[in-house]
Ligand binder design. Structure first.
Ligand SMILES: [Zn+2]
Length: 341
């Protein structure tokens, strides 16, 4: 994702909503603002950053801007390790964070091996996932499945390394296998298991359920699975793709149509997944970016948590639903902004 752009956009939205917009900042209609306010109300204290990041993309979608010249084609260099390395953290009895500072990879341990939810970057997978599992006393050779929420580099590029080295089976949606193949991504994994809607994956004593929740990409996958904290059982819901970064509005009818289609898709997926998390009574919300689910404070809190203290990741079903309300309200803000164009 384009992190800097998102932050800048978020500040535009904050300025507009707080009524401190500079004279040259384009106005968002009251209908758009109403949905952004609703997103803020839903996000409350728990998901403030999520609101800023997701609703922060709304101006890019609804305010037409001439297309920026294409970025230079020079090869991108990988960022230095000091800027992204994070220590692994045990989060539940069967769930471990093995991601980097901004991006999450979750290792689910079962009686028959490990399932990895997202594989982060090609440049960090060895350090964070392989190295992290070892640091936690787990064996990377036990990795049986690598589930990819979607086919962007920040979540999918590390999969090939695990596929090659540990013969882990890779799972992704057909649409996103197609996407990475069409884009000829150098890091793409070989097409292996294809995730379909409602599919279950059982390894030993643990079953994950996958839902196709298109929007962020056309084949984004969200996952539900059980987690344990001592004697307490919980249900985790991992929303697979968050930002509306599929396009910016260049004012052409084709682009506006594409944005309309994708944003409606995104909203419907959020609403449907909200129904699912309600039905399964999910009480843990997980993301693949550390900023969206509060991991930036929750991971450090895990390190100092004492037995019997509340678990920082157990937020309750209402907050899991509110997480998806934020996504839906921000999508509705964009839809409202596009309906007048
Ligand atoms: Zn993405």
């Amino acid at each position: 994702m384009k992190f800097i752009a998102a932050v800048l956009s978020a500040s535009v939205v904050s300025a507009l909503v707080l009524g401190t917009a500079s004279a040259q900042a384009p106005a968002l209609s009251p209908e758009v603002q109403k949905h952004i306010e609703a997103a803020r109300a839903a996000g409350g204290t728990q998901y403030k950053e999520l609101v800023e990041m997701v609703c922060g993309r709304v101006p890019d979608l609804v305010i037409p801007r001439p297309a920026a010249p294409a970025a230079g084609g020079g090869a991108q260099t990988d960022p230095p390790r000091a800027t992204w390395y994070a220590e692994p953290v045990k989060v539940f009895d069967n769930l471990y964070f093995v991601g980097q500072t901004e991006y999450s990879a979750w290792a689910i341990t079962t009686s028959q091996g490990i399932i990895l939810l997202d594989a982060i970057f090609d440049y960090s997978v060895a350090d964070e996932v392989e190295g992290g599992l070892k640091k936690l006393g787990l064996n990377p050779a036990d990795l049986k499945y690598v589930v990819l929420s979607h086919g962007h580099r920040d979540h999918a590029a590390g999969a090939k390394y695990l596929q090659d080295k540990y013969k882990a089976r890779v799972l992704m949606s057909a649409a996103d296998y197609d996407m990475v193949e069409q884009q000829k991504q150098p890091w793409r994994p070989r097409r292996d298991m294809v995730i379909t809607d409602g599919q279950r994956l059982t390894l030993g004593d643990t079953t994950l359920t996958f839902y196709l929740t298109p929007g962020h990409t056309e084949g984004t996958v969200s996952t539900v699975f059980p987690v344990r904290d001592g004697r307490n059982q919980h249900v985790a819901a991992a929303w697979g793709g968050t930002l509306f970064n599929f396009a910016t509005n260049d004012g052409t009818p084709e682009r506006i149509n594409l944005i309309r289609t994708r944003i409606a898709m995104h909203r419907k997926s959020a609403e449907r997944f909200r129904d699912i998390v309600t039905k399964v009574n999910a009480d843990v919300a997980l993301s693949n970016h550390t900023i969206y689910d509060g991991s930036k404070t929750k991971l450090p809190a895990m390190k100092t948590r004492k037995a019997g203290e509340p678990h920082p990741y157990v937020v309750g079903n209402a907050w899991v639903r509110r997480y998806l309300d934020v996504v839906s309200e921000c999508a509705q803000a964009a839809e409202a902004g596009l309906s007048s164009t």
